[in-house]
Design a protein around this ligand. Structure first.
Ligand SMILES: [Zn+2]
Length: 312
């Protein structure tokens, strides 16, 4: 049995993959809920999921959180209270062989490899702007996709730069725009934000698609739920502003897995592992990190179970 987990800022979705059957669960996380409380609930859920004597063989996790080589969360702007937690150490109690850890945008890109061929770009537009690029059959480093600058001296970005695409095209950017203009007409603000977001996305895709000869762009994440016409509007803008359309060989579409693209990607990783072509290095950290536990016995894992609230 293998487990795939998608850890988001507002919910954790996971799937237990048995031979020929799946069990799916979802855990909503409250805005102010502490990490300790979330881990307590997860602990109970996983213990119920697993038979007393059976552990998962592999666990694959997708998340926007960054971890270091030891498994400690070192960065996660949306859940800063999780920083410092050794999440791999905590997961070890449920697994015998391997734990994979993967950026959620990369997981969505891997999910699309089931249905898309050739050079393609997966954009995960949620709180942030993430995704992955498959170029000549290989994954290209993802960590900067949301931090390509589309406007000189533009809006400040969480990364410290100004004018990044993420500062214009993400749910986080939309919420921030409304907050900063609080008191003004929300409908008009939304129209203005959306019109900018569409133009910047079209300009961004014009550059990416020409440079990497991309044939497909697929979208996942919450932004396309809030704005269901976003993809078709970007398509139109690409055509009118840059002369790029279906006839010239570019198709924009929603990922077939929609909001579940990341979870689906880690389901593939949990059941099949990951091939070299889907691993690239982002500033020295592999896009899919693998923690191989097979040198340790199950007894070791049992001794390792940490106390709740003390993960470091
Ligand atoms: Zn940035």
């Amino acid at each position: 049995m293998n487990i795939a987990i998608d850890i988001g800022a507002s919910k954790i979705a996971y799937t237990a993959l048995f031979d020929g059957r799946e069990v799916n669960h979802k855990l909503e996380i409250g805005k102010t809920e502490t990490a300790e409380s979330v881990f307590q609930r997860l602990q109970i859920n996983f213990e119920n999921l697993l038979d007393k004597n059976t552990l998962a063989k592999t666990i694959a996790v997708s998340s926007a959180a960054n971890i270091d080589k030891l498994g400690v969360i070192v960065g996660w702007p949306n859940r800063s209270d999780w920083i410092g937690i050794n999440i791999i150490h905590w997961l070890k109690q449920f697994v015998t062989e391997k734990i994979f850890w993967c950026d959620d945008g990369i997981a969505g890109t891997i999910a699309d490899s089931n249905t898309l061929a050739g050079n393609y770009l997966h954009l995960c537009l949620g709180t942030g702007f993430g995704g992955g690029l498959i170029y000549n059959g290989r994954l290209v480093g993802e960590s900067e996709l949301g931090h390509l600058v589309v406007q000189a001296n533009g809006r400040p970005c969480v990364c410290g730069l100004s004018g990044c695409i993420q500062a214009y095209v993400s749910v986080g950017s939309y919420r921030k725009y409304l907050e900063e203009n609080n008191g003004k007409d929300e409908y008009q603000l939304t129209q203005q934000w959306l019109s900018d977001a569409i133009e910047y996305t079209a300009a961004y895709l014009n550059n990416m698609c020409r440079f990497f000869n991309i044939k497909h762009v697929s979208f996942s994440g919450g932004l396309t739920n809030i704005f269901p016409n976003f993809i078709s509007s970007v398509s139109k803008s690409l055509e009118t502003m840059y002369g790029i359309n279906k006839q010239s060989g570019l198709v924009l579409q929603q990922s077939p897995y929609k909001d579940n693209a990341s979870l689906h990607g880690v389901k593939l990783i949990a059941s099949q592992g990951v091939t070299d072509r889907l691993v690239c290095s982002n500033n020295g950290t592999p896009s899919v990190q693998c923690f191989d536990l097979r040198i340790r016995s199950i007894e070791d894992h049992k001794r390792d179970i940490p106390n709740v609230g003390n993960y470091g």
